[in-house]
Design a binder for this molecule. Structure first.
Ligand SMILES: Nc1ncnc2c1ncn2[C@@H]1O[C@H](COP(=O)(O)OP(=O)(O)OP(=O)(O)O)[C@@H](O)[C@H]1O
Length: 252
């Protein structure tokens, strides 16, 4: 589904990514790990079009997407969350998720102003989809709560619900359990499984929480100083000497 081929990303003289290859097949839960500053977010930014790579290419569903604008890539079925919570604080949980659906359908300002039949139909569909996704992430009880009044863990779940309302085939999660306790992390892990099982989504996630990554992911790619130093199943990564030296060892 996703192929990263020999991607370089330079910022002036700084080499953030060097000849990075990564493959994520359809239906996989893939983890991208590595120490701080190893290039994980930069790679996600290249995949989602926030940066055009200095060299190399990104292929999604057989088509080259590197060089396309982020909104074009997003509409092709690739959606992401960010490290920092990024919601509309003065909107309710339901309204926040409705905005995700509007991105997918192409919100039409003229039809909104004139309240055309199409607008009313779309608004009803957005409402139903938002309820469905709030139910999916376990937040239906908070549908009328303003986003700013939700506790941190629930705000992160709300971001995921809003992302799911855009119906992405590939879901990119940037540190989805950062700042969460063990129970909240376990809930997110179950949610990720459910995304794959019930909606056939493919997931690529960055995360520092090792227990979460090792128990959840099918495959891992490990970055260090902008290069891939290991890839494979969690068991093999856990026993890889170079990874232990550069990353796991340090954290222990
Ligand atoms: N826009 C930018 N301009 C210049 N340098 C950048 C830019 N974005 C990232 N970098 C640099 O690229 C390198 C990789 O950073 P990146 O944020 O991708 O690492 P990371 O693995 O995501 O780190 P963390 O785990 O701390 O989020 C770092 O040296 C960083 O300072």
């Amino acid at each position: 589904m996703l192929e990263v081929n020999k991607v370089d990303m330079f910022f002036g003289g700084l080499v953030a990514l060097k000849s990075v290859n990564m493959t994520v097949p359809k239906g996989e839960i893939h983890g991208l790990i590595g120490p701080n500053g190893s290039g994980k977010t930069t790679l996600i930014n290249v995949i989602t079009g926030f940066y055009a790579p200095t060299a190399g290419e990104v292929i999604f569903n057989g088509k080259k997407i590197s060089g396309l604008a982020p909104n074009v890539i997003s509409l092709s079925g690739l959606g992401r969350t960010f490290q920092n919570v990024n919601l509309f604080p003065e909107m309710t949980a339901l309204e926040n998720v409705m905005t995700g659906y509007c991105v997918r359908t192409g919100y039409n300002l003229a039809s909104a102003i004139f309240e055309t039949r199409r607008f009313k139909r779309e608004e009803q569909e957005a409402y139903e989809e938002a309820e469905k996704q709030l139910e999916f992430v376990g937040l239906i009880g908070e549908r009328d709560t303003l986003a700013k009044n939700l506790p941190y863990g629930k705000r992160r779940l709300l971001e995921i619900a809003r992302l799911l309302a855009t119906d992405p085939q590939l879901v990119l999660l940037d540190e989805p359990v950062a700042g969460m306790n063990e129970q909240e992390s376990e809930e997110v892990a179950q949610l990720v499984h459910k995304m794959r099982q019930e909606d056939n989504r493919t997931i690529l996630l960055i995360e520092h929480h090792m227990k979460f990554v090792m128990s959840l992911c099918d495959q891992l790619t490990v970055l260090s100083s902008g290069s891939v130093i290991a890839e494979g199943r969690p068991e093999s990564i856990q026993n890889n000497e170079e990874v232990i030296a550069c990353y796991l060892g340090k954290r222990r």
